[in-house]
Design a protein. Structure first.
Length: 235
């Protein structure tokens, strides 16, 4: 094996972020160059994901049509450190406990609490628990945040990027690119999201920019866990 070619065909932000430490670790630990398979690129829901996760990574070498030999991880031995699990499942020593991005966000000003109540893969699960979701949001807002904001994905013409509901008198932060999304998240003091790529993006920058994360998830969901996140279950 003279190179690593990763395949991951779900196409979402979180689907790609989960492998974001591999290019550097394969180079540092095994001196192997890292590529993604062409089908991985074609599967991306938003090509800006490619720029953010892969193209800006200095250890990423490009796109390949050769047979893939990495990716497609559907089991996580610990469910406590997803990134460590993935590195070990690829024959690497565990070196990371967070996703890795090389974009440096810009501060957009004071954002007390930022909501992103969007989800692509699990949208129907949240809709089916709408009343319970609203109760949880009301409880969060009972803390009297001074500046409540929702992300507004204006240019993404899909119901998956519409907020499941909006709060009266809340402000909107217009998001026109994945990089503006990084900027908004890293500028907030509190982030509230669903099980989605946005929550994984928030985790990526949390340690550096020191904000709180609350993640609301369906009652049946039994996925990985990260430290420093407040998980709330829908009944």
């Amino acid at each position: 094996m003279d190179k690593i070619i990763l395949i991951e065909n779900f196409g979402g932000l979180g689907d790609n972020l989960q492998f974001s430490t591999l290019p550097e670790e394969f180079k540092e630990q095994k001196n192997l160059d890292f590529y993604i398979h062409n089908s991985t690129y074609e599967s991306l829901r938003n090509k800006e994901i490619f720029t953010l996760v892969w193209e800006m990574n200095p250890y990423f070498k490009g796109i390949s049509d050769e047979s893939p030999n990495a990716g497609r991880v559907h089991r996580y031995p610990t469910k406590e450190n997803m990134i460590c699990d993935i590195e070990q499942l690829h024959g690497l020593e565990c070196k990371n406990n967070n996703f890795k991005l090389y974009y440096e966000p810009k501060n957009i000003g004071d954002v007390d609490i930022l909501f992103d109540l969007t989800s692509t893969s699990l949208r129907n699960d949240y809709i089916n628990s709408f009343d319970n979701l609203k109760l949880i949001i009301d409880e969060i807002l009972s803390n009297n945040y001074s500046n409540v904001n929702f992300v507004d994905f204006k240019k993404l013409n899909s119901e998956n990027y519409l907020q499941l509901f909006e709060i009266p008198n809340s402000k909107k932060i217009e998001i026109n690119s994945i990089f503006e999304y990084c900027d908004a998240i890293s500028s907030c003091r509190n982030f509230v999201g669903l099980q989605s790529g946005g929550s994984h993006l928030a985790k990526t920058y949390q340690k550096k920019y020191n904000y709180n994360i609350t993640l609301i998830e369906p009652s049946w969901f039994d996925g990985w866990r990260f430290g420093d996140i407040n998980y709330l279950k829908l009944n």
